[in-house]
Design a protein around this ligand. Structure first.
Ligand code: AMP
Length: 225
């Protein structure tokens, strides 16, 4: 079972990918998280990646393609640790990346099963992103109103410091949203033509959204957990 979670920045992809991964035994691969790790390394690739992320634009395909190929590794990864497939958060984000992904999966005799589109209005997105805080240490996400940490600015899980992502600042949010709108239609059409598109209402609490997705996916799952 190989699933893609797609949606605007702030649509809740990361949160849902984690919940679905745990529920359906899928290995979560978040390209945004992987790229942030590259940036932390402060090497040649990391410095190039940082430049694009700070502007809110996509990192060029040449840079991300080999990163995703290294991380997917379909054959070896999915059986140990009991995983039954992968759930991709933040990849593909455009048509050429969708084709790269097909190539990688096909090599392992696999394919994308479902492309989930989290559909959500602009106002909710801006509210979510501007009030999002992330743990500097473990990457856990919070929302100042709906999912606040127990102590202000401190992660509940690891006591790390909570910060605002640089690309969650208003001017960068606007750019990321524009990039998303430009690329999304082509990608949605691509998966709709293959009859793999599953559009989900992304409004409401994370549990409500999770239940909507779970109810749609459950009948397609053929393996025992
Ligand atoms: P995210 O954490 O998914 O919101 O991604 C944060 C940033 O990482 C994006 O604004 C892009 O700069 C970069 N990024 C994430 N996924 C991709 C991708 N598939 N292709 C290119 N750049 C990406």
């Amino acid at each position: 079972m190989n699933i893609i979670l797609f949606g605007s920045p702030g649509s809740g992809k990361g949160t849902q990918a984690k919940m679905l991964g745990e529920h359906f035994y899928l290995r979560k691969i978040s390209l945004g998280d992987i790229l942030r790790e590259e940036v932390k390394k402060d090497n040649e690739i990391g410095r190039q990646v940082k430049k694009y992320m700070e502007q809110g634009v996509l990192v060029p395909d040449e840079l991300v393609s080999h990163i995703i190929e290294d991380n997917i590794d379909v054959k070896s990864s999915d059986n140990h640790l009991g995983h039954r497939g992968i759930i991709l958060d933040g990849f593909p984000r455009n048509l050429s990346q969708a084709r790269v992904l097909e190539g990688i999966l096909n090599k392992g005799g696999q394919t994308v099963d479902t492309f989930i589109y989290l559909d959500i209005d602009e106002k909710t997105i801006i509210d979510r992103l501007s009030k999002r805080r992330v743990c500097k240490q473990c990457g856990a996400n919070y929302h100042l109103d709906t999912m606040p940490p127990r102590c202000q600015n401190v992660c509940d899980t690891c006591d790390g410091e909570l910060i605002q992502r640089n690309d969650d600042k208003p001017s960068v949010i606007k750019k990321r949203r524009e990039v998303f709108l430009e690329e999304s239609k082509k990608l949605l059409d691509f998966y709709a033509q293959k009859d793999k598109l599953l559009a989900i209402d992304g409004r409401g609490t994370k549990e409500e959204v999770f239940d909507r997705i779970k109810n749609e996916l459950q009948p397609k799952i053929t393996y025992e957990k």
